[in-house]
Design a protein around this ligand. Structure first.
Ligand code: ADP
Ligand code: MG
Length: 613
């Protein structure tokens, strides 16, 4: 049996079916007004899709998407009215301008954390609005009129119905493309960004690059919506692209369910229908006209978010999923144990699964006089030791001894105050964590950092990021399929190494703490590490789980030749496992060497074992 691709062709078939339905709908004599509403829903959906990617998946909030809609709209409006250039070239120009603008804005703002990023999006949302409104050749606040319709194969798409087909073609195609993107190497990184950059960087991911990519893609979706809007309306002015519109798009995405692609469309439908309905009904109810729908929809928004913070799509999935035939629901959870890769996939697998081999007895890690001070506190005070190939070294010491700090110096999370860290003979103390991972350091975190909403397998595959190459374009156009199949095989084999293969398709948040720690190890293994850095992997494990972990770690070092540096607290756990010990106390190295001898060392007994022994 061939492996079922994670992103099934089901989504493509689904997309084609919907597209066909939409085109057919066009010939059904529904009132023209419905078509108008559906067109707007489509335009809004495109922008909201971008927000699902940006806000829902990668966790970056933007209030400024309307400005990108404006860029797409104005670019084509200006070129087609002033220079008589085809709207299709206008689309291209709009996308190019949007990419450049979004790239520049993103480059400046995406490094900001917390509430600074949303504030910046408001700022440039307002700036672009005034830019449109103050430029003479863009018609100032009156905008541009007499925009020609889009011409497709000689046909002018002049009516609402003509535009309907085009708009919904864009919506469906973009939804399917995004679906494929999210289930790819790139998509896994996008999802990992939500868990903070530390974990992703330690898996070798250049997080800034991927943040920028998500930002630019979301902007391009907005820009395409603007292009369609300009040629549907045949007129543009800045009002449609102001901050209120930007907030409106975010509300749609949030109401629909910002974590789901389907949520974008549902949110756009709900808000459009609701506004329309309220505009009709409220003046009658209240006996006077005014923008009351804004107030009422605001209140409804608050109520809805109180009741369902995940958005409406969350409920749609929960209602629909049980009704679907089991094979659809389960199509993603077929186990791979019986899988046989196809020919091309096998070659891909062979390429990807090549291991880094280190010679026996080679010094893998060398720490020379490492110091780290936090203000006046010397957390690490002149540590020196070596880790040889396929050996297990334990780093122990009482709480607060400086173990985690040293660990972070080695893995590149913290810079050393002084001293050297050599990895495979190369000085690495100045390299960022990402590049150390690339050289062959894999690590786990004392407080597990997994993406709970992702499957166990996908979490592992974040670790395999640097092994693969396919890009976001490959994901969208599905040229990544061989590599994905091969990657999944690698993921399964790493899960097998730690005994988690059975739960590969469960979400990571369904695992026990012990399993989550194992999953962190599997993720580190997926990067094909030469040195595995484990920070208190046994903390919180039950006795038998600790024993299993010991067996697993021994096997990794003996069978696979992986060197392991393990930070631990539990003396018994370490004693039965390591080849060498380094003992720390108050930042100082008080003993190192053979575990049995270290255990006899009076300094160690006093500092660490005294009470216990
Ligand atoms: P261990 O992992 O051995 O329990 P840590 O390395 O976490 O110890 O901490 C060693 C010492 O450094 C502790 O006194 C801790 O309070 C201090 N410390 C750790 N990280 C920081 C930091 N980022 N800023 C200031 N002090 C820190
Ligand atoms: Mg610690």
């Amino acid at each position: 049996m061939k492996l079922t691709p994670i992103s099934t062709p089901l989504s493509v078939r689904f997309g084609l079916t919907i597209s066909t339905l939409i085109v057919l709908l066009n010939f059904i004599p529904v009132p023209e007004f419905w078509i108008t509403l559906a067109n707007y829903v489509g335009l809004y959906s495109l922008v909201a899709l971008g927000l699902v990617l940006l806000t829902g998946v990668t966790g970056m909030t933007s209030f400024g998407q309307a400005a990108f809609v404006g860029l797409g709209a104005y670019a084509s409006a200006y070129l087609s009215t002033t220079w008589g250039i085809s709207p299709w070239l206008g689309l291209l120009a709009g996308i190019v301008i949007t990419v450049i603008t979004a790239y520049a804005l993103g480059w400046i703002t995406l490094g900001l954390s917390g509430h600074f990023l949303p504030l910046c999006t408001i700022a440039w949302g307002i700036s672009l609005f005034y830019l449109f409104g103050n430029m003479d050749y863009l018609g100032k606040f009156d905008g541009i009129t007499a925009i020609p319709p889009i011409n497709f194969l000689g046909i002018d798409l002049a009516s609402g119905r003509d535009n309907f087909v085009l708009i919904w073609f864009f919506v469906v195609w973009c939804t399917v493309a995004l679906h494929h993107l999210l289930n790819s190497r790139t998509g896994r990184v996008f999802k990992a960004l939500k868990g903070g950059v530390l974990m992703a960087e330690s898996c070798g991911v250049e997080t800034m690059k991927y943040k920028l990519l998500a930002f630019v893609l979301a902007a391009v979706l907005a820009s395409m919506s603007g292009w369609l809007y300009a040629h549907l309306q045949r007129a543009v002015n800045p009002t449609a692209f102001n901050l209120t519109a930007g907030i409106g798009y975010l509300i749609m995405a949030v109401i629909g369910g910002v974590g789901y692609l389907g949520g974008a469309v549902v949110g756009a439908v709900l808000i459009t229908l609701l506004n329309n309905w309220l505009q009709n009904i409220l003046p009658t109810l209240l006996g006077q006209s005014g923008n009351y729908e804004v107030i009422v929809s605001g209140v409804l928004l608050i109520v809805l978010l109180q009741k369902s913070p995940q958005g409406v799509w969350y409920w749609v999935e929960h209602v629909i999923n049980p009704l679907l035939p089991q094979w659809i629901v389960n199509s993603r959870s077929l186990s791979s144990t019986t899988s046989r890769l196809l020919k091309g996939e096998r070659e891909e697998f062979a390429r990807l699964s090549q291991r880094s081999i280190t010679k026996q007895d080679r010094v893998v890690l060398k720490v020379v006089g490492a110091h780290k001070s936090f203000g006046g506190l010397k957390a690490v005070n002149g540590l020196s030791f070596e880790v040889h190939a396929s050996r297990i070294v334990g780093l122990i010491g009482p709480n607060g001894a400086g173990k985690s700090t040293l660990f972070n110096l080695i893995s590149g999370v913290l810079p050393v105050s002084s001293g050297r860290i050599e990895f495979l003979g190369q000085e690495v103390q100045k390299l960022p964590a990402r590049l150390r991972s690339k050289l062959g350091m894999g690590r786990t975190f004392q407080h597990v950092r997994l993406i709970g909403q992702m499957t166990v397998l996908d979490n592992v595959l974040i670790g395999a990021h640097l092994r693969a190459r396919s890009s976001w374009l490959g994901a969208i156009f599905r040229t990544n399929q061989k590599e994905e199949s091969a990657l999944r095989e690698i993921g399964y084999s790493c899960l097998r190494d730690v005994g988690l293969e059975e739960v590969a398709h469960q979400n990571a948040n369904t695992l026990s703490l012990g399993q989550q720690r194992l999953l962190e190890i599997a993720r580190a293994l997926a990067s094909d590490p030469i040195l595995l850095l484990l920070d208190e992997p046994a903390a919180g494990l039950r006795h038998f789980e600790k024993e299993e972990l010991q067996v697993t770690l021994k096997r990794l070092s003996e069978d696979q030749g992986i060197s392991i540096l393990i930070v631990e607290h539990d003396m018994d756990f370490v004693m039965g496992l390591v080849d060498e010990l380094v003992v720390m106390d108050f930042g100082n190295q008080i003993a190192s060497g053979d575990p049995a001898k270290v255990r006899e060392n009076p300094l160690v007994i006093e500092a660490y074992l005294g009470g216990i022994e």
